[in-house]
Design a protein. Structure first.
Length: 291
């Protein structure tokens, strides 16, 4: 095994020397995990996109997988992809056509342009996400990442002390409303209740601390709403300063893997009514998902 790790601008790394299209060994799995502990975001360049099975097999080496629920519900039970482990994040409907301007799934996906971390709105949090570029738009549609470990370390000692023990409530409905998705029934809301998580996360392997924020985070538990909201906004603005961020410009065949408990990310805009952007995500969770 000969792995090459090349640092990217600001943070993150490009990793080569491992064929992620084939089942990876335990040693390779551990090497990738060590690299993501250090870098937060890993980029794998490939001449061809992974197949669905290859992507699922690769991600599955790192833990139990999330299964599709939300988009299936929004699509009236219809899905474009056959495997529930694939989280479909394109601008396409179940037939493969570009989602119409009035389709509620378009408003749902608009929330991805806010800074967030995957699945923080669930008690069973996401660990890693593996996003594969299948079809790219001619321009735009990049992904920005924020290094929450470095941002935490840059905070004054007094502020770090103030954050210890604080928890925030996370709700997918809060973030989607911020993105303009407000047409939600009470039955739909009941499928994804809010969750609460510490404002500072500790990596169990390295002990490194990181801010754990997201657009899903609505308020600080036990604090007045406006005071907690102000703190979350302040920390998010701080953590997304240029010195803590990396902008990934997608190339055909790219696979990007990131640590959701040490980074945030956001999608950037593109002409989604005119051009196809087919991206597929597989996400590992802290524990097996109840199906």
């Amino acid at each position: 095994m000969s792995i090459s790790i090349t640092s990217l601008e600001t943070f993150g790394a490009e990793l080569s020397g491992i064929d992620i299209g084939a089942p990876i060994s335990r040693a390779e799995t551990e090497a990738i995990q060590d690299a993501i502990d250090i870098n937060g975001v890993l980029v794998f360049r490939g001449p061809e996109p992974l197949t669905d099975d290859q992507q699922i097999t690769f991600a599955g080496a790192f833990g139990p997988l999330q299964h599709l629920r939300m988009l299936k519900m929004l699509g009236g039970g219809a899905t474009r992809l056959d495997r529930s482990e694939l989280i479909d994040v394109p601008n396409l409907d179940e037939t493969g056509a570009i989602v119409g301007a009035e389709d509620r799934r378009r408003a749902f996906h608009d929330g991805n342009r806010l800074w967030h971390t995957d699945v923080s709105f669930d008690d069973n949090r996401a660990v890693y996400s593996v996003l594969s570029a299948r079809v790219l738009s001619p321009s735009g549609g990049d992904t920005n990442f924020a290094n929450m470990g470095t941002a935490y370390e840059a905070l004054p000692a007094v502020r770090k002390s103030e954050l210890e023990g604080l928890e925030a409530e996370h709700s997918i409905w809060f973030s989607k409303a911020l993105g303009g998705f407000t047409d939600v029934t009470e039955a739909e809301k009941a499928t994804r209740p809010a969750a609460r998580h510490p404002l500072v996360n500790t990596n169990p392997r390295t002990g490194r601390k990181a801010l754990y924020l997201a657009s899903h985070a609505s308020h600080i538990i036990g604090w007045p709403q406006e005071v907690g909201r102000a703190l979350l906004d302040e920390l998010t603005e701080f953590a997304t300063e240029d010195r803590f961020t990396y902008a990934h410009v997608w190339q055909p065949g790219d696979v990007v893997m990131w640590d959701n408990q040490a980074t945030m990310h956001q999608a950037t805009e593109f002409d989604s009514l005119a051009h196809v952007r087919d991206m597929r995500r597989v996400t590992t969770l802290e524990r097996e998902m109840a199906l």
